[in-house]
Design a protein around this ligand. Structure first.
Ligand code: KG4
Ligand code: ZN
Length: 345
């Protein structure tokens, strides 16, 4: 066992500002880290008005909230920034303006207190969040389902991620959010569709599964969204009707059925465990269908599924040997993309 280290995790890649002070062993996935403070600010109420993320507004909201959250995490733990060993910050993929606000915070602290910084891949951190409170051995098949990405990966170590397949257009979370917008629901609509679908019939209406016959683990959600639009134009259900609950349940059924079908191709003949992470992994229907359909399936705990600082701190601890010391980390930059979806077409 190596000496536990104290890390500050910073997440600002999209519309959640989140910081976490965590203590844990570096490199290991066999021990659980301790969360000392984990504080977040969600921009959902600000962005509701725009029915989606506006990058400039999101970046400015991060700037407003960062000083407040920094103050809280250090004061409530009575830890001084001088005492931390390491900083982890999301540098990619994400929205450039929001990413830069977090990177600037990391660099400022790194410069003043001469601390090393780990540049964190947000997607890897989503999956590896499984190790915060569960033990899973490598290799495993990972499914990341978030607002911006949907991909299957084979994960052989905290640094060894092989992309098996991706969505070629919209992400699963985008399908929930855009579908919800069409039905007149607030942003983000995923949690609301999940809730409404509980009282609806998933088999009442038929929505298509993208790339159903492709026999690989690529996903496509543009067709299901268009089919919802066409359906909605012909059937304007009232927001408190049984029909809209059935519509939510049926639309969610199509999104989840695609994830289940394509997981079969991702896993192939292997008997590897499955790990599911990212915001959409909170979805209760996805959880129950996967648990019913696959033997060895593990979901990241809901509070670590949607964007959060704990997953960033956790991933920084596991990849601490890649930390960049001051002053070299002053060159650290943001990168919008991780993969090019067009490569999977
Ligand atoms: O991982 P995340 O917080 O942000 C990105 O990295 O994109 O994921 C946000 C996405 C949104 O699209 C939101 O609608 C979706 O996760 N989401 C859900 C649920 N909770 C969050 N989708 C379906 N059911 C849920 N319960
Ligand atoms: Zn995310």
């Amino acid at each position: 066992m190596n000496t536990p280290k104290l890390v500050l995790g910073i997440e600002t890649s999209c519309d959640d500002t989140s910081l976490c002070l965590m203590r844990g062993e570096t490199g290991s996935y066999k021990t659980r880290p301790t969360i000392l403070s984990h504080r977040s600010f969600s921009q959902d109420d600000i962005l509701k008005k725009w029915k989606g993320v506006v990058p400039e507004i999101a970046a400015r909201a991060h700037l407003d909230k960062i000083p407040i959250l920094i103050d809280i995490v250090f004061s409530e733990t009575k830890i001084s920034p001088e005492d931390i060993d390491l900083i982890g910050v999301t540098t990619h993929p994400g929205l450039l303006g929001p990413l830069l606000t977090g990177i600037n915070l990391a660099k400022t602290l790194g410069m003043i207190f001469k601390k090393p910084i780990v540049s964190v891949n947000h997607l890897f951190a989503h999956l590896e969040a499984i190790h915060i409170d569960q033990e899973i051995t490598y290799p495993y098949i990972g499914l990341i389902v978030s607002g911006g990405h949907s991909l299957y990966m084979k994960v052989s170590s905290p640094k060894d991620f092989e992309v098996l397949g991706s969505t070629i257009d919209d992400a699963a979370g985008e399908a929930f959010d855009k579908g919800g917008k069409l039905m007149g629901l607030d942003y983000p609509s995923g949690p609301m569709i999940d809730k409404m679908a509980k009282d609806g019939d998933p088999l009442k209406y038929e929505f298509p599964i993208g790339l159903k016959d492709s026999k690989d683990c690529r996903l496509s959600y543009s067709g299901v969204k268009t089919s919802l639009r066409t359906f909605h134009e012909k059937n304007q259900f009232k927001i408190d009707s049984q029909e809209i609950l059935d519509q939510c349940a049926s639309y969610q059924h199509a999104i989840v059925s695609a994830l289940k079908l394509k997981m079969k191709y991702a896993i192939g003949d292997s008997k590897l465990p499955i790990v599911v992470g990212g915001g959409v992994a909170c979805n209760s229907y996805l959880r129950s269908i996967f648990k019913e359909s696959f033997k060895d399936v593990h979901f990241v705990t809901p509070k670590f599924c949607t964007d959060n600082g704990a997953m960033i701190a956790n991933y920084a601890l596991r990849t601490e040997d890649e930390a960049i010391a001051y002053p070299d980390h002053m060159d650290m930059d943001a990168k919008g993309r991780f993969i090019n979806k067009k490569d999977f077409k």
